[in-house]
Ligand binder design. Structure first.
Ligand code: IMP
Length: 421
């Protein structure tokens, strides 16, 4: 049985909690896109973790974690996360790295700063864009190169020469030493060298043997490089369509495609956001939801649930059911609003525009629903929810066109209503 966990908004939907929950029963957890730009909040055995790269399988002793070919890996981040989790769980987690995954090297972060995409697009400044760009331009360095240090050295020599020619006046670039890069990469990678290899075959065999494989998505559908709100997107595919390409298995048989959506919407970084609330209600959502980036600490922009975007993201992912997270944050907020259409220059549209520029001109058309005042953070079944909260869940289901199989009412694993996938 295979399950994919996919973000349906602009990231930060609470995928960390859901993957951690589902990873408990998984034999293998595969992270299939992005890199340490992601930030998953996980509470394991009462302790809170912010993970960026390592799949949630690392918290469980019988579960293998795999970083697939479509990810980009910062070895320093990976080592730190492995060390922290090893200390927490009391054993070295089983982590396998695809030989074709690309490495984020110190100059990628430097390039992002020099080129200014951090301030222009509000990127996470983790070197994600420059690394994916090097991959597309055939000048990247891959995890498999670590197994052949001479090849690694030659590739880096070539890349650094090119960098120095392109940035003659940048002191930090001119100061880069290839031998230093090689030594640092080999040092960080040393404990995982034996676990770098052909991830596609490994994942394929697990699927063929009927193992319980969980595919862990990062970011959200609206940040997809092809289908998101371009140019305010990340640099990799973030949807189910990108999964097969990343893992190297065409059309993998993934029975459950669980789309994760917050009960409201947030966004970090720049870009259009029709339901954004720049008022007290937005601030209240930010405070009550603890809406500050796990990776960058930046405050997240907050707004009402965007049903137009949600329907689009469900279709884009072929999501089979929904995990609705942070429903508790709406308790006590008063009347709740959901965006069901856009007003675009006087015309009503119910489809999500493919261009960020068009989305910029869309004003939300809201439907209002009664709110609820009761705290719901101890509720563990749908029937115990206040009737207004239940009506809200049902309305979101009807907008999304799929059932909510999970409703989350707080950050802890036990604050979850599970109705089966
Ligand atoms: P990058 O992925 O660092 O290049 O950033 C590109 C855009 O995607 C920026 O707006 C980031 O804030 C956003 N982004 C990237 N990863 C995440 C994530 O995991 N959660 C939310 N936003 C993200």
């Amino acid at each position: 049985m295979a399950t994919a966990v996919l973000g349906l908004q602009w990231g930060d939907e609470g995928k960390g909690k859901i993957t951690h929950l589902l990873a408990r029963d998984a034999d293998m957890v595969v992270r299939f896109n992005g890199g340490p730009n992601a930030g998953h909040t996980v509470i394991d055995r009462g302790k809170k973790f912010g993970t960026h790269l390592i799949p949630a399988g690392a918290f469980y002793s019988d579960t293998e974690s795999v970083l697939a070919g479509g990810t980009v890996i910062d070895l320093s981040v990976l080592r730190e996360e492995i060390d922290v989790i090893a200390a927490h769980v009391g054993e070295w987690p089983s982590v396998f790295v695809a030989e074709n995954a690309h490495l984020i090297l110190p100059y990628h972060r430097l390039l992002e700063e020099l080129e200014g995409s951090g301030s222009r697009f509000g990127t996470t400044r983790r070197g994600i864009g420059p690394t994916y760009r090097d991959k597309a331009m055939h000048i990247g360095v891959r995890a498999g190169d670590l197994l052949r240090p001479d090849v690694l050295r030659t590739r880096l020599q070539w890349r650094v020469n090119l960098l120095k020619r392109s940035w003659p006046d940048a002191e930090e670039i001119q100061a880069i030493e290839v031998e230093g890069l090689v030594n640092e990469a080999m040092d960080r990678a040393e404990p995982i060298l034996g676990s770098i290899g052909d991830a596609a075959t490994r994942i394929g065999e697990a699927l063929d043997r009927g193992k319980n494989v969980l595919f862990e998505g990062a970011q959200g559908a609206l940040l997809d490089v092809d289908h998101g709100t371009y140019p305010y997107v990340t640099s990799s595919p973030t949807t189910f369509a990108g999964l097969g390409q990343s893992i190297g298995i065409p059309c993998p048989d993934v029975e459950h495609r669980l789309g994760i959506a917050k009960a409201y919407t947030t966004r970090v970084g720049a870009g259009p956001f029709p339901t954004e609330l720049c008022d007290d209600t937005g601030e209240r959502l930010q405070r009550a939801g603890g809406e500050f980036g796990v990776t960058t600490g930046r405050p997240r922009r907050c707004g009402w649930l965007d049903g137009v975007a949600l329907r689009y993201a469900v279709r884009l992912n072929g999501a089979t059911s929904l995990a609705l997270t942070k429903l508790d944050v709406l308790s006590g907020i008063g009347t709740v609003r959901v965006c069901v259409a856009y007003d675009c220059d006087g015309r009503t549209r119910t489809s999500f525009p493919l261009s960020g520029d068009v989305l910029e001109c869309c004003r939300p058309v809201y439907e209002e629903m009664d709110g609820w005042d009761e705290s719901i953070d101890a509720v563990t079944c749908l029937e115990e929810l206040p009737s207004q909260a239940r009506a809200y869940v049902e309305r979101v289901e009807s907008i999304a066109g799929i059932p909510a199989s999970i409703v989350s009412t707080g950050p802890a694993p036990e604050q979850t209503i599970v109705r089966g996938l």
